[in-house]
Design a protein around this ligand. Sequence first.
Ligand code: HEC
Ligand code: HEC
Length: 191
Amino acid sequence: MKKLLNKVGVLVSLLLTLVLCTHVLGQIRRPPTWPDIALPGGPVRDVILDNCTSCHGIDDYAFYALDRDGWDALIDEKHHGNNSVSLASDEEELLLDFLVETLGPESIPFPRDYVPPEIDKFFTDADARIFMEVRCISCHSLDSVFNTRLSEEGWRVALVNERERGAELNDEELERLTEWLGRVRGVNLFE
Ligand code: HEC
Ligand code: HEC
């Protein structure tokens, strides 16, 4: 009996160590920020729901910016064998229309590798204002910021996009502004 208890003890402490390690590792390396694509309305919505969401989501389409032939080729290339997909030709047309319209060659592909750093300095309202006056208004007024409300993760995705569009932001700055916007221009659950 005592032996058994010992074994259980060892097992429990092993498990605990494992849990702790994963926790610590999780803190050191967060997963890369994942893009966010809205499920479209209209007839293409059903094409996607019927054919494209059983294995993976639609957000990862945002890693690409392709023309019609490019999308066609990518979908062929990614899906064969067990992963093959077959669409009726009218469905395929609808899907390609949607893909080229939202993620065509003019759009900016979302980077795969942005991992948010931990920050220990935070923007005050004044810091954030001044920062944005310097870094954002060369392209547009701050109306687009103050007319938008997003969750913190939503702001992170938006700012990663802005950086791809040309805004000058290092990782720390991106994260500081994300934290501030999530706090001040966040989503009000009671609204
Ligand atoms: C049967 C499972 C399955 C279905 C259904 C499916 N996919 Fe995929 N898809 C995969 C797999 C597996 C991969 C990854 C293949 C690889 O990376 O080589 C993938 C990759 C992709 C990629 C590239 C993602 C990336 O991160 O590079 C895109 C875009 C994509 N699929 C679009 C679609 C579209 C559009 C549909 C509907 C027409 C669809 N998928 C339906 C299994 C599926
Ligand atoms: C190199 C040019 C450029 C810079 C710099 C820039 N943006 Fe943008 N931003 C754009 C463009 C282009 C759009 C889309 C068209 C528009 O709304 O004017 C946009 C749109 C937006 C939107 C609306 C949502 C959207 O995606 O349409 C927000 C929010 C935004 N920017 C935030 C910022 C913030 C915050 C900064 C500063 C850190 C910034 N931008 C700096 C080019 C830029």
